[in-house]
Ligand binder design. Sequence first.
Ligand SMILES: Cc1cc2nc3c(=O)[nH]c(=O)nc-3n(C[C@H](O)[C@H](O)[C@H](O)COP(=O)(O)O)c2cc1C
Length: 188
Amino acid sequence: MQNFPIAKTHRLIEPGPVLLVTTFHKDRANIMTIGFHMMIQHGPPPLIGCIIGPWDHSYEALRKTGECVLAVPGVDLAEKAVDIGNCSGSDMDSDTDKFEKFHLTQLPAKRVKAPLVKECLANIECRVADTHLVNAYSLFILEAVHAHINPERKEQRTFHHRGDGTFTVDGRILNLQERMVKWKMFQD
Ligand SMILES: Cc1cc2nc3c(=O)[nH]c(=O)nc-3n(C[C@H](O)[C@H](O)[C@H](O)COP(=O)(O)O)c2cc1C
């Protein structure tokens, strides 16, 4: 084992997949990219923790509306997702938004005002469940209130940020369900 810089710890365990977060505030939809997120609880209700910082235009929308959609892009959207995370809704003209800029299609969600992203593999409608850790860590605890998948999309592989602008892409599936004797309830 060699020493590894502590400031780069995230590069060793940064989770994936990269997600797009949509919000709707002041009559406008916005979309941003995140890599820092985690499942907190299977549920009910399912809870997801996401780091969305005050440097993001989406932060205010999330604080004010308490709603967002977590959209899961396939690897075919990797370049777009990176570009979306390198520009801000606050830089857009009043008549355009990042959906138009990046040619993404908004679909109405069922339970929240933030839009789904048609081109994504999955969309999870969320409401903010707990803001206790937002001031300290920009950590929003979100409750998933409705989920959508698109199994017909040809490209189903997600991609995962390695923390430095490089990404890994989903590979082969290893099925070890037979050994998951204690956790059979998670297999259907
Ligand atoms: C691969 C990637 C991962 C990112 N992960 C996060 C993240 O976990 N949390 C965060 O607040 N910003 C993250 N960002 C930065 C935001 O996407 C970026 O600040 C974006 O401009 C915010 O958009 P907005 O200002 O329109 O809300 C990431 C960007 C990229 C490209």
